[in-house]
Ligand binder design. Structure first.
Ligand code: ZN
Length: 486
């Protein structure tokens, strides 16, 4: 089975062939760390976590680079306005790097809770100023950038004469040249479509470095060209990010790298679709901006309850990464139930006892799940197959079907591979040692109750059952013992 990935560059699914198998280079635009982590951050992190896990499962040695944008991202995403991190530092009266560290710590914590594996390298833009200056020099030498008043701009029109600016996003540059007008204070640019590689810092700008042109800072798009090629080589396999980054960020990155290096740097461009909340785009001004921490605590007016990190992860994986996802409390509640059912099936599977023969069909599940993953990471189909197989698990669990040892082991292995290793789902009470101890304590009480029943000590057995039920536990007797949940 061959892995097919949808390449945004070319707009079709293509068989994935790495440049230097078994090595795979993968670069994903990480967070801009000046604000609270929200759902928009969770989706690319989870999408490319799935790809990272699956490529590793296929036997590739993946070098996964996910950058940290901590400089040069100006307000309104253009070449003007205040640096977002510098602004926060000024308002809070702290060092810009304190702002970065504060949000980065919170981002890492949220990623860990979402069971997103850490990347191989997590480079900071602010730690690669020299590389970005060198990259700018290469673009100037190639004739595709010009200096103006201490700043350096990429000459989009000149680049487009020999290359194709708009190749990724499909934007038409002629239209852009006609419709964009010069903005105030940007007259040092030849064209308003030109973008900054280096910006001269204004006197109040606090994040600044020396360069051949001025004391200033790099443009936002430059870091990914410089750091991607530094760690993955001038040609590498995969570049990912959210769809909102396609233009201008990734379009500019392609132009910069092609101009500086004279070749196509990225083979496969991949973009995850966006998240909406109750059908609306997420935004601070719309009042529907929900941080990950608020999801996990339920502390937001739009949320009817707290949702665990695994529910959020499962919810995102129930949609294909190229589809939009609409968050609502109702949809999350449905995901919460679905995830509980799946994990309950997984737990039941561990308790099944093998028979001499099988009366249920379980073969083919592995191949079907792998086929779905190979089809551009179709996680909703994988989840549907896993739910299908649960019917057989439940029949066997209720004693209405038999399963042989070979079939049972295969089923256990497929569930382990897809649920735990590839989709990265885990039962919440596996999450920490405290929860594990608590689970064991309840199991101990219920085992004592079983013993009491066997000894016909109904007083003790009823007492344990009734009191646990009063605490909110739901206890079910089954063929092989018991099950409980809260
Ligand atoms: Zn980027």
């Amino acid at each position: 089975m061959k892995l097919k990935l949808y390449n945004t560059l070319g707009r079709k699914k293509e068989i994935f062939e790495p440049l230097h198998a078994p090595n795979v280079g993968m670069y994903v635009c990480g967070p801009t760390v000046y604000g609270d982590g929200h759902l928009g951050h969770a989706r690319p992190a989870i999408t490319f976590d799935i790809l990272f896990r699956f490529l590793t499962h296929l036997g590739y040695k993946v070098r996964y680079v996910r950058n940290i944008t901590d400089v040069g991202h100006l307000e309104n995403d253009a070449d003007s306005g205040e640096d977002k991190i510098a602004k926060k530092a000024r308002v809070d009266q702290v060092e810009p790097m304190e702002v970065v560290q504060h949000y980065l710590n919170r981002y890492h914590k949220a990623m860990e809770e979402l069971n997103v594996l850490p990347p191989s390298i997590e480079p900071h833009a602010s730690g690669h100023i020299i590389e970005q200056i060198e990259f700018t020099e290469k673009i100037i030498q190639a004739g595709f950038a010009y200096e103006s008043e201490g700043s350096v701009y990429f000459d989009v029109e000149k680049y487009n004469n020999s290359h194709h600016y708009g190749i990724l996003s499909g934007r038409n540059i002629d239209e852009m040249l006609e419709t964009t007008r010069e903005l105030d204070g940007q007259s040092e640019k030849r064209r308003s479509v030109d973008f900054a590689l280096w910006k001269k810092a204004s006197p109040e700008h606090i994040m600044r470095w020396n360069s051949p042109w001025s004391e200033g800072f790099p443009g936002w798009h430059l870091e990914c060209s410089a750091m991607g090629t530094k760690y993955l080589g001038e040609e590498f396999d995969i570049h990912g990010g959210g769809m909102d980054l396609m233009f201008p960020h990734h379009e500019c990155e392609i132009a910069q790298s092609t101009a500086a290096l004279g070749k196509k740097t990225v083979q496969y461009w991949m973009h995850n679709n966006m998240i909406t909340i109750n059908g609306q785009k997420m935004g601070k001004s719309l009042g529907n901006f929900i941080t990950l921490e608020e999801f996990f605590t339920g502390n937001h007016p739009l949320l009817t309850q707290a949702f665990s990190p695994m529910t959020v992860r499962f919810f995102i994986l129930q949609a294909h990464y190229r589809s939009t996802v609409d968050f609502s409390s109702e949809a999350l509640q449905a995901s919460d139930k679905g995830l509980s059912r799946l994990m309950e099936g997984y737990a039941r599977l561990q308790k099944l006892k093998a028979s001499d023969t099988s009366s249920i069909e379980t073969s083919g599940l592995r191949a079907k799940c792998e086929e779905a993953m190979c089809d551009d990471l179709n996680t909703p189909i994988v989840i549907a197959h896993l739910f299908d197989a649960m019917k057989a698990i439940n029949l066997a669990y209720d004693g209405k079907a038999n399963i042989s040892e070979i079939d049972l082991n295969e089923l256990k292995s497929v569930y382990q591979l897809f649920i735990v290793d590839l989709l990265g789902l885990k039962t919440e009470n596996q999450a920490s040692g405290t929860n594990e101890a608590y689970k064991k304590a309840i199991d101990l009480l219920l085992n004592m109750r079983m013993e009491a029943k066997q000894n016909k000590d109904w007083v003790t057995s009823d007492k344990i059952r009734n009191e646990l039920t009063a605490f909110g536990f739901e206890i079910k007797d089954s063929k092989d013992g018991f099950e409980w949940k809260i």
